[in-house]
Design a binder for this molecule. Sequence first.
Ligand code: GLN
Length: 551
Amino acid sequence: MPTDSETQYDPSLGRKFIFVTGGVMSGLGKGITAASVGRLLKNAGFEVTAVKIDPYLNVDAGTMNPFQHGEVYVLADGGEVDLDLGNYERFLGIEMSSDHNITTGKTYQHVIERERAGDYLGKTVQIIPHITDDIKRRVREVAEGTDVCIVEVGGTVGDIEGMPYLEALRQFAHEEDEEDILFTHVTLVPYSKNGEQKTKPTQHSVKEVRSIGLQPDVIVGRCEQPLEPATKEKIALFCDIPTDAVFSNPDVEDVYHVPLVVEDEGLDAYVLERLALEEEAIPADERENEWREVVTTDKSGEVDVALVGKYDLEDAYMSIHESLKHAGFELGVDANVRWVAADEMAEHHTERLRGADAVIVPGGFGMRGTEGKIEAATYARENDVPFLGLCLGFQMAVVEYARNVLGLEGAHSAEMDPETPHPVIDILPEQYEVEEMGGTMRLGEHTTVIEPETLAYELYGDTACVERHRHRYEVNPEYFDRFEGEPMAFSGTAGNRMEILELEDHPYFLGTQFHPEYSSRPGTPSPPFVGLLEAALDGRGEVAYDEEVTA
Ligand code: GLN
């Protein structure tokens, strides 16, 4: 098969690839397993990166419904990507670009554009070699300059959509040195009714992998309990790999413990040996232990956080949950998140919020649940409950204040109510023109200038912060003067864009137009989340907001 000149590679670069496929069913956490291996390699001194392949036709995750796919994760460069990239950034402590999320949409779009431009010189353009070449090129480009690149293929082996990727990886392995490639297959080992670990699903899925010409080097069995020696032997025998290449990934209480479990199993040692990296690796007893220290911090307290959102699905707000965990590691406290349906607030008013030590109103799009989010902001403001409004949550806090404190009746965001007499949240005038031509989202990292002597300054400890964005609407400049001298102040700005709001005489009331949750990491938690939990801890025990609440 002719090889596209674009995919010329140089084996002397010496970088290694770990391919990760999944069997039996999706949702096994193969991303977490892969990220955990990556973390351990990083601890061993290697530069590690990752690519997530999503075999769907969407070009990116920007248009995808969080209820089906979980949150849209936003990268520093503004890429709207699969939430697994969030896991890689959090586990590997790296910053990725949109190129780290390969989708069928991106690949086909690129190849078709090249075809239209005449780049293929009259050849028939085909999945093999043109799409597969494009896939290989993308993987190699991302790996450049690193020691190890993890390539995770989304979905399950056998899915029609995944076929071109598996074929590309097969070719890839053929082109590279054997010791530079490691195939890892993550599969499910369920229990039978009588408590036996069953290997048949694994056998079937490995058979499927082998039928497309791939042979796993390592098999990781996801199971409630660690795999028994007999289970490992059986898998090894039927799947044709050594018994010591079969590993368990049992259930753990916290995903951040997976690297610890994987290390105890010896998976990292096996990978280092198999990829011939042992000599270069930092000896096991000299590796950094920071991760273990952070994620096993003793917790001496608990706080209840109400998350007033649209979707009853943890994945839809994954980065928020993770940010609360990171803040919890820092403060030695567990944040128990309870979801409160924003669109049921009208019915139950704020009774669902009672007893919560803190309230978060997350980002979102569309009308549904906005009145509930506004009501949650009123409740937190009036009852001194620590509050964090993120993006749409920030905007709804502005609307709430405009309506209930500034007396601007019917105030709203123009996104939700185009006829509102007081569009306190609107598209900036200069955006209107572009907006009519299809719309632009403000995406990715932008700098916010922070006013000294404010809560925001105290939190960030600086006169600026750089955070990620994903929004279209802004505080309407026509209303800026209404906030002058008010307890609600904008303490962070970017030109004429209001980025952070806070409330005087309140234990903790903060809103951010940006999404701090995307840059929070274990060990370097996001300041607004640490502040929220600190305030929640301070407020515990003061039954400050019980009776007066209007139910
Ligand atoms: N829908 C709002 C906007 O576009 C908020 C977006 C968000 O919360 N991510 O401005």
